[in-house]
Write a new protein. Structure first.
Length: 487
């Protein structure tokens, strides 16, 4: 019997792709259809996503997929990064291009917001990690600046919701991505009405919430005309990219954690219920919605953004390195020489990342990395050190030891970082799949189609279908003597 094909549109902050998931019984083969890099662009001092470039790439990918897989295609779903959104006016037209989360407009928004609703109360209502990039502070900034004017807005659609609307004309808010707003209540799995009211945000912006696996119906006729994809349904996956990635973790049993490694590092566990304890608050953990009603207790940690930005600066300086070259240079640099706090706010959007890393080392009285290899090594080792601290906190929150770390996402291809993580955390690391997000997107559509029973079976499919790499901790590495860098 020919395999069923599910299309995943996976939009990360550094790149997008359209993949076809070919499910044959309990074996999944992923085939890349279209891949592209993207980045925000600055206009009049504001950082915007290139929405129409992204849309053109999505259409291109869908057209290609139709050419290759035709009538075997069952459905398509979109996942994307968290916290960013577009606003529709009351007639259903897009109000403005989505602003990118690294834009500076949210600076200072914490203090202004906590004066209205205290920080502890926001955590008690939402269980979400405090990051100034969160939708809550972006909306507060928009309100303060009148841009875009919120009183003209009728609906708020998070990035994947926006693409689902562009594909179908249906405006709906999917739960996993809604949870990244910090305006969603993880206990009721609904919008936090009280918080929305106390912050004077228009309640009508926050629409009907739908669960992963919901069908939004057929593609709009104009999308069918553009792509040739007739008779294909749009089925919403865990549309927060991290929710999809966590579904695709090839784990069995209990004692594991995931580390979804890309632009960000998302390290955490699945918890039976939201963890809203004083410790979770103090350590700034998050409780995001997962697929099938699960709770993702995790920590947003800076990620390979640090190296992406070094790569961009060095490319502009005429030194275009690929990922293998950067890993090779870092491998040759001296180990554990300079370490920084990867979550220092000055690393969120610096003009010149290599200079920012060197300056943080100097400030901490550490040797300033003098070569490109030493700068990348400093970034990677500092990430691994942060993972160790987060692992300790996760074990305390969970009340049990974690025996295995699963690294998934693009960063799972970075063998040096995987080994450093195993060494720093003193835990075995199992790396892969690198396309976890797209796989999780496909698996949720397959669950909705009845081709896969549940989350446990979906993970068994991943274990059967993907080659994974083991990294064992090397006892001779001297990580124990290194102190955490969090300030
Ligand atoms: P996002 O979804 O956040 O855009 P991805 O999961 O696509 O991120 O991961 C992108 C990251 O994967 C890059 O920043 C890079 O660090 C890493 N990566 C990509 N290709 C390779 C490779 N061939 N070797 C090592 N690392 C890689
Ligand atoms: C990772 C991610 C992460 C955060 C960030 C803004 O791509 O979705 O989970 O929400 O982007």
């Amino acid at each position: 019997m020919p395999s069923k094909v599910f299309l995943a549109v996976d939009l990360g902050a550094s790149g997008g792709r359209v993949l076809a998931g070919l499910l044959d019984g309990q074996v999944l083969e992923m085939a890349e259809v279209h891949r592209f890099n993207h980045a925000p662009v600055n206009m009049h001092g504001r950082l915007y996503w290139r929405l129409f470039d992204l849309w053109a790439n999505v259409l291109h990918g869908l057209r290609e997929a139709q050419g290759t897989y035709g009538e075997r295609i069952v459905s398509v779903g979109v996942d994307a990064w968290g916290v960013d959104f577009g606003l529709l006016d009351r007639r259903g037209e897009l109000l403005a291009a989505p602003v990118a989360y690294r834009d500076s407009r949210t600076q200072g928004e914490f203090e202004r917001t906590f004066a209205v609703v205290p920080r502890e109360e926001i955590f008690a209502a939402t269980g979400i990690q405090f990051m100034e990039i969160n939708t809550l502070y972006q909306l507060r900034a928009a309100q303060r600046l009148g841009s875009p004017p919120l009183d003209r807005a009728g609906r708020l659609l998070m990035m994947p919701d926006l693409f689902h609307w562009m594909l179908t004309g249906v405006a709906a808010n999917e739960q996993t991505i809604a949870s990244t707003t910090q305006l969603y209540d993880p206990r009721t799995q609904g919008w936090s009405d009280d918080l929305i009211a106390r912050l004077h945000l228009p309640r009508e912006l926050f629409g009907r919430l739908i669960a992963p696996g919901t069908s939004l119906g057929p593609l709009l006729p104009e999308v069918v005309a553009e792509t040739g994809l007739a008779g294909v349904e749009v089925v919403v996956p865990g549309s927060h990219d991290t929710a999809s990635a966590v579904l695709a973790v090839p784990a069995a049993g209990e004692n594991w954690c995931y580390l979804s490694s890309g632009t960000w590092s998302l390290m955490g566990i699945e918890a039976a219920a939201p963890v809203l304890t004083a410790e979770a608050y103090r350590w700034n953990f998050t409780n995001e919605a997962g697929v099938a009603g699960t709770n993702r207790l995790l920590k947003n940690i800076s990620g390979l953004w640090l190296v992406q930005e070094c790569q961009r600066i060095w490319r502009m300086e005429g030194r275009p390195y690929d990922w293998q070259q950067l890993a090779h240079l870092a491998a040759q640099a001296e180990p554990l020489r300079s370490l920084i706090d990867v979550d220092d706010p000055r690393l969120l959007a610096p003009r010149d990342m290599p200079a920012a890393i060197v300056s943080l080392c100097r400030e901490a009285g550490q040797p300033a990395p003098a070569t490109h290899g030493a700068i990348v090594r400093c970034a990677l080792e500092s990430l691994a050190l942060k993972y160790r601290e987060v692992l300790e906190h996760l074990e305390r929150l969970r009340g049990a030891r974690i025996d295995q770390i699963h690294i998934v996402g693009g960063g799972s291809q970075n063998g040096l970082l995987c080994q450093m993580t195993a060494d720093a955390c003193e835990r075995p690391v199992l790396a892969g799949p690198m396309e976890a997000t797209a796989i999780g997107n496909v698996l949720m559509q397959a669950i909705a189609a009845g081709a896969i029973a549940d989350v446990a079976q979906a993970r068994a499919v991943v274990r059967q279908s993907v080659k994974l790499l083991d990294y064992l901790p090397d006892e001779s590495r001297n990580w124990r003597s290194v102190a955490p860098t969090t300030h």
